[in-house]
Design a protein around this ligand. Structure first.
Ligand SMILES: *Cc1c(COP(=O)(O)O)cnc(C)c1O
Length: 511
């Protein structure tokens, strides 16, 4: 008994629900008035910019729209439904008060072209947020422009490139070193900026192999990108030595701070020797995440790199806040205007409401929860906790199902799918690549002890099922709105259909 069954609606796309005659707008004007209004507006638009065809929009009544989207939401799963311990993603519960404030009219109705004197409050939010992030990470200045973690990495790599170019050293500094446990975006960002990526292996403790690092560095090294705690949830015990090795050859240290949960208020990348840091506000700082955006990936730098930051940042002159273009070696802009302002507001209200003590408490609880779950699950038959046995994890842990697979043929993927039947979300699977049959769990600080116990007990039940009668696990999920997908088909570009335009193109292509 799983006690969970997801709603199953055979819901067509909104274009199929829509009829042509109905509409959902109640307006005090007659339809004649409306038509006149539209005609008047149309005359204002230059002829060459007018559409030739009527837009192909569905026409629905209000109740049709509400029911359509409510049904879709019931066939979905989110952090508001249940536990979502997706490792390396920090899918924690974001307090609604932060959303409420970011949704206020005062935030919504300001315009980026407004005069500075009329948006002092907004500038103050950005100024203070940059200061707080500097304090939390041990950096000197921040740009709030980047829209995501990968975008922050890209910005950081551009700063590295500009730094080496300014020193006339870019010709030979072509390499960025990345450990084999790194998030895929690190490698992608570095190579998008034109660097070659050199991968160094991890040792048996799950940390950077120091001998391999020593032999990888040279005068070609532009920098190192490191996640710490790394994706195994392990804190790099040699971080100060790593920092010395990179700096000794003239490289820069980049900190992937997508998941800052474990160290907020406890340890600072700046004190570890890092020169550049990005944060994912849509992971750690109260923007719900997983729906594809909007997010924010602010980037912080040490004093020596402040001149390279994208413009503008926000400066302060007494009680006056202003857009600061005084970054002499700036890499330019990396986004429109000043970043995703509503996401910044959520981070601002989150930090303000938590306070310094609250943020340290987040770190303590997220570490406690990850270790509790790591211990409980690794003691269940078929599961283990590879790398660094006896070493405490930070915000996440990576469980291996390789014994379960050997004994019963049930894989990490099967376990992940079966978990869905119990009304919880599966962990990240098959990442990092250095763990076989990996399930990467990040419970976060917002799950209660009861929920963690329940999550572990589901693992115990799946283990029993796998050893007694694996078919139920192998054919999972049974209780979700959609059953097991054809994995190959689901990720094939021909079947991928992410927009109405793509769908129309696909249909045209069919004979
Ligand atoms: C999520 C994540 C990223 C990328 O962040 P996006 O906002 O998805 O681009 C980078 N590194 C790590 C460790 C992450 O967990």
């Amino acid at each position: 008994m799983t006690g969970f069954r997801q709603a199953r609606w055979n819901e067509p796309s909104i274009f199929k629900v829509g009829r042509t005659k109905s509409h959902g707008v109640c307006s005090p004007f007659s339809s004649e008035d409306q038509k006149m209004g539209v005609d008047a507006l149309t005359r204002l638009i230059p002829k060459n910019l007018l559409r030739r065809d009527e837009p192909n929009l569905p026409a629905l009544s209000e109740v049709d729209v509400v029911r359509h989207f409510t049904r879709l939401s019931q066939a979905n799963f989110g952090v508001d439904n249940g536990a979502y311990p997706l490792g390396s993603c920090t899918m924690k519960y974001s307090p609604k008060v932060n959303d409420a404030i970011a949704n206020s009219d005062k935030v919504h109705w300001i315009h980026p072209h407004q005069d500075e004197s009329t948006v002092q409050g907004a500038l103050e939010i950005m100024y203070k947020l940059s200061q707080w992030f500097s304090e939390i990470t041990g950096m000197n200045g921040f740009t709030l422009q980047p829209s995501a973690g990968a975008h922050g990495e890209y910005t950081g790599a551009l700063i590295m490139r500009a730094y080496h170019r300014e020193r006339g050293d870019l010709e030979r500094r072509r390499e960025i070193i990345v450990p084999d446990s790194a998030h895929g975006t690190n490698l992608a960002s570095a190579s998008m900026v034109g660097f070659h990526v050199v991968v160094v292996p991890s040792n048996e403790k799950g940390c950077v192999d120091m001998d391999a690092l020593e032999s990888a560095v040279s005068e070609r090294t532009a920098g190192l990108m490191l996640t710490n705690p790394n994706t195994l949830g392990i804190f790099e015990e040699n971080i100060l030595e790593i920092s010395r090795i990179i700096h000794d050859v003239g490289g820069l240290l980049y900190y992937d701070g997508a998941n800052l949960n474990a160290i907020m208020g406890k340890a600072r990348p700046g004190d570890m020797g890092f020169d550049i840091v990005h944060l994912n506000l849509h992971k750690t700082f109260s923007t719900p995440h997983g729906g594809g955006g909007p997010g924010a990936g602010p980037v912080g730098v040490v004093e020596a790199l402040e001149g390279f930051l994208p413009v503008p940042t926000v400066g302060r002159d007494g009680e006056h806040f202003y857009l600061n273009y005084d970054h002499p070696q700036t890499i330019g802009r990396v986004g429109g205007f000043y970043g995703n302002f509503e996401v910044l507001v959520k981070a601002f209200t989150y930090v303000l409401s938590m306070g310094g003590d609250g943020l340290s408490r987040v770190a303590e609880l997220s570490v406690l929860n990850a270790n509790y779950l790591a211990r409980k699950i690794s003691e269940i038959k078929g599961f283990s906790l590879p790398y660094g046995s006896g070493i405490l994890r930070k915000h996440e842990c990576v469980i291996s199902c390789s014994k379960l697979k050997m004994d019963t043929s049930v894989t990490a993927k099967d376990v992940a799918k079966r978990l869905l039947d119990f009304g919880v979300h599966a962990p990240t699977m098959y990442f990092p690549l250095i763990v076989e049959e990996a399930l990467m769990l990040e419970p976060t600080e917002t799950e209660s002890l009861e929920e963690l116990d329940r999550y572990a007990s589901i693992f115990a039940q799946i283990s029993r099922e796998a050893y007694e009668d694996p078919t139920i696990v192998l054919n999972a999920p049974h209780n979700t709105s959609v059953g097991a997908l054809d994995e190959v088909k689901a990720s094939h570009p021909r079947t991928f259909c992410l927009s109405w335009r793509m769908r129309k193109k696909q249909q045209e292509r069919k004979p």
